[in-house]
Design a protein around this ligand. Structure first.
Ligand code: ADP
Ligand code: MG
Length: 241
């Protein structure tokens, strides 16, 4: 579904991610793990086209995302839930959701009504608050809105950047269940997470990014059996030099 080979990207100066090879099969949920500053968000930004790419290939259904502008990437079926939610505080829930369709051409935008229904069914709290300004929502509700907005473009692949960050355990559980429902419906997901326990329970495979490179790629079942999980990032960083 998604196949990266030698992806480089960064912000000027040295590339923050270097030579990333990574694959996600259709319907699979894969975790992208790693310590703060490893390059996880940079890699997602390179994939969704909001960062200037410096090289490599990222094939999705035969087309190279690295050669597409960001609006075409959304139309091609890849959507991102950005780090830190980034909902538009003065706009209502419904208008924030509508923004998720703005980069689509007329025909695919036409299906918006049923997308609203699907998002509201997934997150009933958003339905209750559809006329409320996004800025008045709780952190968890804003995260639901950010996910809902990404779903409005009917993606086949969803990139999620630390969707559970700073949320209370009950809300984490609510959002995790929603993501599981999406996966059961066949949505392919790449989930960035710093906390191993959440990622291990959700994804089938994981890549660990350290200092801009893939330091480890393993099934989450194998990762969970490791005795060195607590020191994993530290040990990998030491190995990466
Ligand atoms: N907007 C930016 N401009 C310049 N450097 C950045 C920017 N965002 C992140 N970086 C740098 O790129 C590296 C990777 O950051 P990031 O991808 O945000 O890591 P992660 O998401 O894994 O915590 C870090 O060294 C960080 O300081
Ligand atoms: Mg990040």
């Amino acid at each position: 579904m998604l196949e990266l080979a030698g992806v480089h990207g960064g912000y000027g100066g040295a590339d923050a991610v270097r030579g990333i090879d990574l694959a996600v099969a259709a319907g699979e949920a894969v975790a992208l793990l790693g310590p703060n500053g490893a390059g996880k968000s940079t890699l997602l930004a390179a994939l969704s086209g909001v960062l200037r790419r410096r090289g490599g290939r990222a094939l999705m259904d035969g087309a190279d995302l690295m050669r597409m502008p960001s609006h075409r990437i959304v139309a091609h079926g890849l959507a991102q839930v950005p780090e830190g939610r980034r909902v538009f505080a003065p706009l209502t829930v419904e208008d924030n959701l509508r923004l998720g369709t703005i980069r689509l051409a007329g025909a695919s935008r036409g299906a918006a009504a049923e997308r609203f229904d699907a998002v509201y069914a997934l997150f009933p709290r958003l339905a209750e608050r559809r006329a409320q300004r996004a800025g008045t929502l709780s952190g968890g509700e804003q995260q639901m809105l950010a996910i809902g907005r990404a779903l409005m473009s009917r993606p086949r692949v969803l990139l999620l950047d630390e969707p559970f960050l700073g949320l209370a355990p009950r809300v984490v559980e609510e959002i995790r269940r929603a993501l599981e429902a999406l996966r059961a419906n066949g949505l392919t997901m790449l989930l960035v997470e710093q906390k191993l326990d959440i990622a291990l329970g959700f994804a089938s495979r994981a890549y660990v990014l350290v200092k801009g490179r893939i330091a480890l790629a393993e099934t989450t079942a194998a990762l969970a059996r490791r005795g060195d999980l607590a020191s994993l990032y530290f040990d990998l960083a030491a190995g990466a030099g």
